[in-house]
Design a protein around this ligand. Structure first.
Ligand code: NI
Length: 254
C-alpha cells in the first residue's frame, strides 16, 4: 500500500517517530509521500526522505503560510526541489475556510508554485478547502500541470471538472465517517485509474480510530471502505491505487 499524503515530520510524532515508521515499513507500507506545508516542515520532510528509503518528499508552501513567501520568495523552495527524492510540489492551493491570508495573496503564490512545478517537471499536490471554483479556474490557466487533489473534499459534480483537467484525487479517513455522504458518492464515482489513498497523518484518522493521532498503519481501513462501496476487494483497491501512485510519482526510481 502507498500513502500519498502524510506529515510524519509533525511534532505529534516527536516521541515515537522512529518506532512508528519502522512499524509502517514492516506492515508493509511500500512508499509514503511526506508533504511539506511550511519551510521548516519542508526541511524536516527532506531529512526523513534522506533517512528512510521508502519515504519521498513533496515540497511546497500551503496557503496559510504564503506570508513567508511575500518576504523570502521561492528561492529556498527551489533549492530544496533539487533533492533527488522530491517527487511533487505540494501541498499548495487555496484555503478560504480560515480568514488568515488574503485570497489575492494565496492566489498569487498558487500561480507561482504551479509555474515552478512545471519548470521542474513535477506533479503538484493540491490543498483546496472551501475554494473549489477558484482552484479549478486557476488550474485551467495552467494546462500543463498535473497532480492530485489531496483529501478531495469536493462534490461528485466538481470531480468531473477535476478529471477533465487531467488531475487525480486521493481519499483519506473522511470516506470512512458514517455521515460522509459526499465522500462516499465520490468514492463510487471516481474512475479507478484516477484514485489514490492517503492518510494525511497525523490528522483525520479513519473510523474506528477517529479523533486519535493518525498514521499509515490505518491505511487499510480506507481501502476497505472504498472497496465495500465499489463492490471490490481491498486487495484490488490497494493494487490499483499503488499502480496509480507509482505512475505519477515514480516511487522506487532513482
Ligand atoms: Ni496535508
Amino acid at each position: 500500500m502507498i500513502d500519498v499524503h502524510a506529515h510524519f515530520d509533525d511534532e505529534r510524532f516527536d516521541e515515537d517517530r522512529a518506532e512508528i515508521i519502522s512499524a509502517m515499513a514492516e506492515m508493509p507500507i511500500r512508499f509514503i509521500l511526506n508533504s511539506g506545508s511550511h519551510i521548516e516542515a519542508c526541511r524536516r520532510t527532506l531529512a526523513l526522505a534522506d533517512q528512510y528509503d521508502f519515504i519521498y518528499a513533496a515540497i511546497g508552501i500551503y496557503p496559510h503560510d504564503t506570508a513567508i513567501l511575500e518576504e523570502q520568495g521561492l528561492g529556498p523552495i527551489r533549492e530544496m526541489l533539487k533533492h533527488k527524492k522530491v517527487r511533487a510540489v505540494g501541498e499548495i492551493g487555496l484555503d478560504y475556510y480560515y480568514d488568515m491570508i488574503p485570497k489575492a495573496t494565496q492566489q498569487k503564490w498558487f500561480h507561482a508554485q504551479l509555474e515552478m512545478a512545471e519548470e521542474y517537471h513535477l506533479p503538484v499536490v493540491i490543498h483546496s478547502r472551501d475554494a473549489m471554483q477558484d482552484t479549478l479556474s486557476i488550474l485551467k490557466e495552467h494546462p500543463k500541470n498535473t497532480g492530485i487533489f489531496h483529501c478531495y473534499s469536493g462534490s461528485a459534480e466538481s470531480l468531473k471538472e477535476v478529471l477533465k483537467l487531467g488531475f487525480s484525487i486521493s481519499m483519506g479517513g473522511v470516506v470512512t465517517f458514517k455521515n460522509a455522504r459526499v465522500a462516499k458518492e465520490v468514492a463510487a464515482a471516481v474512475p479507478l485509474d484516477r484514485l489514490m489513498l492517503e492518510t494525511d497523518s497525523p490528522y483525520l484518522a479513519p473510523t474506528p480510530y477517529r479523533g486519535k493521532r493518525n498514521s499509515s498503519l490505518y491505511l487499510p481501513e480506507i481501502a476497505k471502505e472504498i472497496a465495500a462501496i465499489r463492490g471490490m476487494t481491498p486487495e484490488e483497491i490497494e493494487r490499483i491505487t499503488d499502480e496509480n501512485a507509482i505512475r505519477m510519482f515514480g516511487f522506487g526510481e532513482k
